[in-house]
Unconditional design. Structure first.
Length: 246
């Protein structure tokens, strides 16, 4: 493929080989969207390791777990372009053909094509444009929750773990939430190696999850029907304690 002729293809490869090749993309983003939340890890993939629980993507900027048997195909999409730069991606699809997660290259087509060299690719119809993550800026206040785990964790200044996933894919980030930024119908966390975009109204409540440790609390985001969305946040008890003020 060339810069002048981006295309969407089905790649003749398996999940492990596709992930191994992604380690050569350079800086990239592993992105997962479900239940109104988009969870993105950004940086170079350092390792892809096989274990009893699946394939792990790891490194300073990544922590993902994939169950390869639940994926049926891998697609390459070279059609995304911003200004004069392409952002090619690998799309990992389940048995129904639904895209579950994607790996987006940030360094253009050249390293992407070099990493994918030798894989047979079969043309696919052009895909509908994918909505981009909510830009940061402006205001868009979300309805207040009686208990907002994200807001309390941000106010506490303590380290937390934000996980998101469903069958086949899980991803997490650990750190301190610097800011919660409302913009264009989303609440956003913007960190150099992590973005969370949470659609206004997609979380009706945060439900406590039985603790695996006496020193850690976990809350699961619930949708409008009271069902878990796959998004959770974990931390110490003081990370979620309401501020008493000065």
């Amino acid at each position: 493929m060339s810069e002048a002729a981006p295309a969407r293809t089905r790649v003749q490869t398996n999940v492990k080989e596709a992930l191994d090749r992604a380690t050569r993309f350079g800086k990239l983003m592993v992105t997962f969207s479900h239940g109104g939340a988009t969870h993105e890890r950004i940086g170079v993939i350092e390792r892809v390791e096989e274990g009893a629980d699946g394939l792990r993507i790891s490194g300073a900027h990544h922590a993902s777990l994939i169950t390869p048997s639940l994926f049926n195909s891998v697609e390459a999409d070279r059609s995304s372009k911003m200004k004069d730069k392409y952002y090619p991606r690998l799309v990992f699809c389940d048995a129904t053909g639904k895209a579950v997660f994607s790996i987006v290259g940030f360094e253009g087509l050249e390293p992407f094509d070099a990493a994918m060299a030798g894989c047979a690719e079969h043309p696919l119809p052009a895909a509908e444009p994918t909505p981009r993550s909510a830009p940061v800026g402006g205001t868009s206040p979300a309805p207040a929750l009686p208990f907002d785990a994200l807001q309390l964790a941000q106010q506490s200044g303590e380290e937390v773990v934000i996980r998101h996933g469903t069958d086949g894919f899980r991803q997490e980030w650990r750190g301190k939430i610097g800011q919660l930024k409302p913009a264009m119908g989303f609440i956003n966390i913007i960190d150099p190696d992590f973005h969370l975009h949470l659609k206004d109204g997609s979380v009706s409540a945060w439900r406590p999850v039985p603790a695996s440790s006496s020193s850690e609390l976990t809350y699961a985001a619930l949708d409008a029907d009271g069902n878990p969305t796959g998004l959770t946040i974990s931390g110490s008890a003081t990370a979620f304690a309401p501020s008493t003020g000065a």
